[in-house]
Design a protein around this ligand. Sequence first.
Ligand code: SF4
Length: 357
Amino acid sequence: MDLVAKVRSGARLTQGEGEALYELDLFTLGELADEIRKAKFGKKSYFNINRHINPTNVCADICKFCAYSASRKNPNQYTMTHEEVLKIAENSHKNGAKEVHIVSAHNPNVDIDWYMGAFRKIKERFPKLHIKAMTGAEVDFLARHHKLTYDEVLDLMVANGVDSMPGGGAEIFDEQVRDYLCKGKVSSQGWLEIHRKWHERGRMSNATMLFGHIESRANRIDHMLRLRKLQDRTGGFNAFIPLIYQRENNFLKVKKFPTGQEILKTYAISRILLDNIPHIKAYWATTTINLALIVQEFGADDLDGTIERESIQSAGGAESGTGMSMQEFITLIQNSGFIPVERDSLYNELKLFATQL
Ligand code: SF4
């Protein structure tokens, strides 16, 4: 069976077949990914009303690609108090946000309750606000720094009101590339183990892949297949999020950046390979909103959210610093020929915005 026929048959692809997908022309690949997307979700494109909060940029780790950490190229060191975090959550709640997405650097100067207390206080004040917090890398850092097991950190998260985990910190699983990019941070195996343990608690999470730097196509396929394998076991990933490497203000020397075509192919391939992860997210903070709208035709069914404010990707050159209004978001999706659907953090549909004719 040729590769295109095999994809259409719904059969699972191997590492070699995943790599071979890159050799297909863009339009064939797009068509295949779109067929799968349409079969699952029709023309629906999901988003949520969320607020990203990044409470500190003080970091014990030294990832080469990072533009956010104050220990890299960012001179503006900060650590918020619980009151400051609460104030942001309060304003966002008032503005209709249903989720706070909280990701921090690995701050060695604060105790573990600085992390957990912020979640607890938000949950006490706004019980219905979904808290998506703590990447696998943060969990690993807290475990190492405070001499706890992964289970103990995860139990603390549950006890303090964390509802789901974001997908950050996965970067690229290939050990050699990972060592070069972010030696010392959570290992690939550690990241996968943390998510497995989280899923075993009946909780959901997302998974990212940072691409477009020094990794090969084979590394990307390997990354996706490791996720597919874990998902077969737990079913706990809601969404896969390919993150495009942001090139400014960091220590990673990258000579060649991916073309738009390579980015679109990578999205389409993720939709084809990850047959067991329901949602493919075009996180517009890294793709730009224009490319995210196009990626809807290459397999993505989710455009993340309105974000409101974001510090990590924007430090590296992304245009996501100030988020977007809900109306603007809806109109953009409608004008691109898709049907915006507001969802909650676990992908329950809240409101469908029929396209105006
Ligand atoms: S990517 Fe995260 S862990 Fe790595 S240096 Fe930046 S803030 Fe620290």
